[in-house]
Design a protein around this ligand. Structure first.
Ligand SMILES: [Fe+2]
Length: 424
């Protein structure tokens, strides 16, 4: 993140004596990216973070993609993935490439008290579709609720704890997460920032919306603490002698945080705005966008539904979180659609006409656009809606062919036209 945070105790000057209560020195650690030239934080441990007593056998967790011709629009039903496991073991990879992997996770179990997870290769951006709780890290605790994005930079040890809660009917709430894992950093797009990194007035969110760790809990405990470190597609069980949360203070710009999708202020216009107005984060070779409830276009003859488009250079994934997505039919909560580059996609039959005159949408969705092709996994094929590629056939929607579809009357005659419109 481009802004500075400080939590707990740090010495007045970096790299100077900082004694513990017993007179011995704290251990300083730089947690930084890009060889000391990227974002970093400086942390102070009670004990050396290098004290390892054992390393268990690595566990292969490489993602296996289905090697098949797949140039077609696809729909995967994410909610059909059976809940199981904990925050880590419950992950099911659905789509991915060398730049990003998209997992769903519906955990039913807690991670053991003495076990932690650290992704040494990838940053993780987790969209909380359902559930609430907290992420415990050595840099402090990040509480989260439904609708939050939680960003854990790589190398930050983490442990997720979910609240036990019920909905209004008394049904236990099953946590559901969309995990976006990437070997690059997630940043606000450059066009939202000034030359100094500060978010601009016309950015759809600002620094105040980011929620860094709010509480630093320092654990001075000896024992056997297992950190499952992910690297090279394997989990390495490292056994540390001291509790990994032994930091008494830190400062810098590398830290976990949460930001709500509801804090993304939509950018709207008189006519349909293109998908980049929904962009939330930038990463290497892909972007993350948030489609949030918003007012529709206000040109009197505007068509709120999107136009058909061919993504020549990217594959487009939409994860549908809430509400009716105005341009799609047959899509449910937790659905993924994959619209690969090179073939056009657009509104389903009837949705363009139906959108005219509508003033707002309550849709909520996360979009990931990649610049290299995405591949599905076997698990994704297990929850695929096979007919999706042909779902634009008008007869499947009980709708006349487009040439014969009725066109709603113009309402511009009832409204003042702009000088430019009047001149046409
Ligand atoms: Fe699209």
């Amino acid at each position: 993140m481009p802004h500075y945070v400080r939590l707990g105790q740090v010495p007045h000057k970096r790299h100077t004596r900082f004694p513990r209560a017993d007179g011995a020195l704290h251990t300083e650690e730089v947690i930084g990216a890009e060889g000391f030239s990227g974002l970093q934080s400086l942390a102070y441990h009670l004990h050396p973070p290098t004290l390892v007593d054992d390393i268990g056998d690595p566990v292969d967790v490489r993602v296996e993609y289905v090697d098949e011709p797949f140039l077609r629009h696809r729909h995967f039903k994410g909610l059909d993935v059976t809940p199981h496991g904990d925050f880590l073991s419950g992950r099911v990879a659905m789509l991915g490439n060398a730049d990003v992997v998209l997992h769903v996770c519906a955990p039913t179990d807690a991670m053991p008290e003495d076990t932690f997870y650290r992704n040494a290769s990838c940053d993780e951006l987790v969209y909380v579709h359902d559930g609430a709780g907290r992420v415990e890290t050595p840099l402090g605790t990040v509480p989260f609720v439904k609708g939050d994005y939680v960003h854990i930079p790589r190398t930050i040890t983490q442990r997720w704890v979910f609240d036990e809660a019920t909905d209004a009917d008394g049904t236990p709430i099953q946590p559901r997460l969309l995990v976006i894992e990437a070997p690059s950093e997630f940043h606000p797009p450059k066009r939202y920032r000034n030359a100094f990194g500060q978010l601009l007035e016309n950015s759809p969110y600002c620094e105040r919306d980011f929620r860094p760790p709010s509480e630093l809990v320092t654990r001075d405990e000896a024992g056997r603490f297992i950190v499952l470190i992910k690297k090279h597609g394997h989990l390495y069980p490292y056994v540390f002698r001291y509790h990994p949360f032994d930091i008494v203070g830190w400062d810098g710009q590398m830290y976990p945080y949460a930001i709500s999708i509801h804090d993304f202020e939509p950018i709207t216009g008189r006519i349909h705005q293109p998908p980049p107005v929904h962009q939330m984060f930038d990463a290497h070779n892909f972007v993350v966008c948030s489609f949030v409830p918003r007012l529709f276009d206000y040109h009197p003859d505007g068509i709120p539904a999107p136009y058909n488009h061919s993504n020549i250079d990217s594959d487009e994934v939409l994860y549908y979180a809430e509400g009716d997505f105005m341009s799609r039919k047959g899509i449910a909560r937790g659905s993924f659609t994959l619209h690969p580059g090179g073939i056009a996609h657009g509104p389903h039959p009837g949705t363009t006409e139906a959108s005219i005159g509508k003033t707002e949408t309550r849709e909520l969705a996360v979009m990931v656009d990649t610049f290299r092709p995405l591949m599905p996994t076997k698990a994704a094929l297990g929850v695929e809606d096979d007919g999706y590629a042909f779902s634009w056939q008008p007869e499947k929607h009980g709708h006349p062919l487009p040439d014969a579809a009725p066109v709603p009357p113009s309402i511009s005659g009832d409204l003042p036209a702009s000088p430019a419109d009047a001149a046409r």
